[in-house]
Design a protein. Structure first.
Length: 264
């Protein structure tokens, strides 16, 4: 367990932790299913139809789109971020600090790395489900082009891994549950507002575009929007490479940080 190489301690047993968390979610399925389905409807009604009534069309990538069509793909990406991050950030913290679930599971053949990888995988599963549910709503509104929009499903799984890893890292560094409000304020909310979800970034000043380019959600939104518009292109591979690299980086350090707290 104290081997410095985390990868050597990861095994197929991580699946058991994933299964445990999924089974718990199935027991409380109403609170896990209804929010991902109803949340995008509220955003679409409030922003798409409300604000969209005043902003008839918006220019993006040299083309004009209805504001509702522009905004809807951002809601898919936001749904993945919210559900994956919050599942591990609050879920892992509660299981570590209050329920003592990790203390019980660590007495089984599962290593600390298995437990924490299972946490990330279950958070990513929540993110994938949320992304698929919101994509379904967007499709019912006639705002998604196919077959290109199917790319969103594997993208949601990858982005779910990334955001779930961020959530686990925040849980690993927060001494008290109230401290989790800080990453929401400094990390989640800025991405929600300034990652191209509600307005295009190409008309913003250069420094704004630079900062937005550092935000993980921006790259998820870029690919998601192109997929729903049916405009996938080669330059989006840079967005994909960014997501892949950041996912590998943050997942490693989130497991490392949480493991240090778990085995103290």
């Amino acid at each position: 367990m104290n081997n410095p190489c985390l990868l050597r301690n990861i095994s197929y047993r991580a699946w058991y932790m994933w299964r445990r968390n999924v089974d718990v979610s199935l027991v409380t399925w109403k609170t896990n299913v209804l929010p991902p389905l109803l949340e995008p409807v509220l955003y679409i009604l409030a922003f798409g139809f409300g604000l969209g009534a005043y902003v008839q069309q918006i220019s993006y990538a040299g083309r004009a789109y209805d504001y509702l069509a522009f905004m809807a793909p951002g809601m898919v990406a936001v749904g993945v971020m919210f559900h994956a991050t919050f599942d591990t950030m609050y879920g892992a913290f509660v299981r570590l600090r209050y329920q003592k679930t990790f203390e019980a599971v660590i007495t089984t053949p599962l290593s600390a790395e298995d437990i924490l990888l299972g946490e990330i995988l279950s958070g990513a599963t929540k993110g994938l489900f949320a992304g698929a549910a919101i994509l379904l709503i967007v499709t019912l509104f006639g705002l998604a082009a196919y077959p290109s929009s199917l790319v969103i499903l594997p993208l949601a799984a990858l982005a779910g891994l990334m955001f779930a890893s961020f959530g686990l890292y925040f849980a690993g560094i927060a001494p008290y549950i109230d401290n989790l409000n800080l990453p929401i304020f400094l990390f989640i909310n800025p991405m929600f507002l300034f990652s191209g979800t509600f307005f295009p970034l190409d008309g913003m000043p250069g420094w704004v575009q630079f900062i937005a380019g550092l935000l993980p959600l921006t790259h998820v939104v870029n690919i998601t929007r192109a997929a729903t518009f049916g405009t996938l292109s080669a330059p989006l591979l840079w967005d994909l490479l960014y997501i892949l690299a950041l996912t590998a980086f943050i997942s490693y350090f989130s497991i490392r940080k949480m493991k240090a707290r778990l085995i103290k």
